[in-house]
Design a protein around this ligand. Sequence first.
Ligand code: KIV
Length: 284
Amino acid sequence: MKNTAATLLAQKQSGEKITMLTAYDYTTACIEDECGVNSILVGDSLGMVMLGYENTLSVTMEDMLHHTKAVTRGAKNAFVVADMPFMSYQTSVYDAVVNAGRLIKEGGAQAVKLEGGAAVAEQIKAIVDSSIPVVAHLGLTPQSVNAFGGFKVQGKDYQRAKQIIEDADIIQSAGACAVVLEGIPAPLAELISKRLVIPTIGIGAGAGCDGQVLVYQDMLGLTIGHTPKFAKRFSDAAEVYKKGFCEYIEQVKASAFPTAEHSYKIDEQIMDALTSDYAKKEGE
Ligand code: KIV
């Protein structure tokens, strides 16, 4: 069954948890989709996990379109949400609608995600008015890394927590179909989840959210460098990769790969003729 903004809302209403994972390429999207994940996020985290940047700020619309196209070719049933990169929507309502439109029209996504509350409410409303579902993103919003002075948990003091609650109300009124809550205390995320009609999808926001999202490299054990506290490791894929890569290197060096099993045949007579015509004879 195809997941949509409406089916995610129905899941919240019935108490069935929503699952979301990031993907940035066709193969991963096919595998996640086959596992039955409700939603795939083409996150601008691709700047860090796929392109090796320090943060998400350098990611461009062209990067997002390139990866979104690959993911949407693989996702048959998952609701595909594409991130709007830094400065693709903050600059004006016009830019926001044009760039959201490109992610849907050229990228094939079903929804876009953007970071912020009251400051981007006009953009959310205008994109939704253009018939594009919007997922909002509050709390530790990575595009604000410089304003926050690092990747720091948000909403720990009364004023900041109040601001996040008010932003959640504002983005819901602006028409967002869901909201990602990242890096905030679990009780605060639970309060927001109970308060909102739309689903909340948590990452580092505890069990009280209506769903969960993780960066797939973090949860498979593929992260290079620091893994955040909230990112539970569900497998050790790096070890599986390393074992395969190392065995391949060893076997090629030892001429143990390829064998006949992995090679193509040719008619013997043709080969004899080719050998007599072209092979360098000994002593020549
Ligand atoms: O870019 C991303 O992957 C995200 C998730 C961390 C929610 O925004």
